[in-house]
Design a protein around this ligand. Sequence first.
Ligand SMILES: [Zn+2]
Length: 304
Amino acid sequence: MHHTHRGIVGAHPCGRPGRGHFFRSPERISCLLVDSHAHIDTSRFNADREDVISTAFKAGITCIIDPGCDLDSSRFALTLAKTHPGTIFAGVGTHPHDATTYSNEVGAHCREMAQEPEVVAIGEFGLDYFRMLSPRDVQRSVFCAHLQLARDCDLPCIIHVRDSHDDVIELLHAHGQGLRGVFHCFSGNVAQAEECLAFEGFMLSFAGPLTRQGNALPEVARMAPLDRILVETDSPYLVPQPVRAKRNEPLFVKHVAEKLAEIKDMNFEEIAQVTTMNAVRLFNLDAFPSFQRHSKAERGESIQ
Ligand SMILES: [Zn+2]
């Protein structure tokens, strides 16, 4: 397969302006990108969180979604969203690693936080049978509680799946009909991707593993419809290639988008635009007044 290196990574990030209305200034990337999953609330950003955020925004990342992993991190994600209106948004939920910390009371707090306009998703939640830090039956019942929360709050789900594909699909069939959301950091094969995409309201999100060898993700990315894909970093985890840093950060989402563009044989600008439009649509970011104000002119026309 041949491909020209048309992306933004390298010595001249804006060497090729692409569509004129995305091009802003030489130090910015030539289009907008959404990091649909970054845990910037975690302590690994305590020393330089605001720098990391402003570096990403200055480079053209238009928006970051920070999914909470337990009650405290959901609260902090919401605080970050409130202090960066229209650019950071929050999810509220309990990660499967922390499923034993979930209770009806935690659920009630999440429900309350979900009323805030900055909360755009329920999650992250899911099933993780790889590390199995919470017992399987606890994970399953907490998973179902989050589906109910998403339904009650009319919000999309951010779902974590690790060595648990069959159970996730089973529980979604049983309790998730009509819900929407994203399989974050999708890591399965083509057959599993097809099962996920059979849920019409759901998208697949690609992260750092897409840039690495030895998985089925290029095949998955090739078959995934353009209107069903997102990009993310899952910061501070999963540093994409060719970054050498030990800690991932939202800025690096551009490397995931560039790899996706290469696989789909599209311009970087086109991939940035479709994934941004998909994130706006899934998380209803348009509904947030300052998001609309600062982004409408820059987003341009839909190419769907
Ligand atoms: Zn995550």
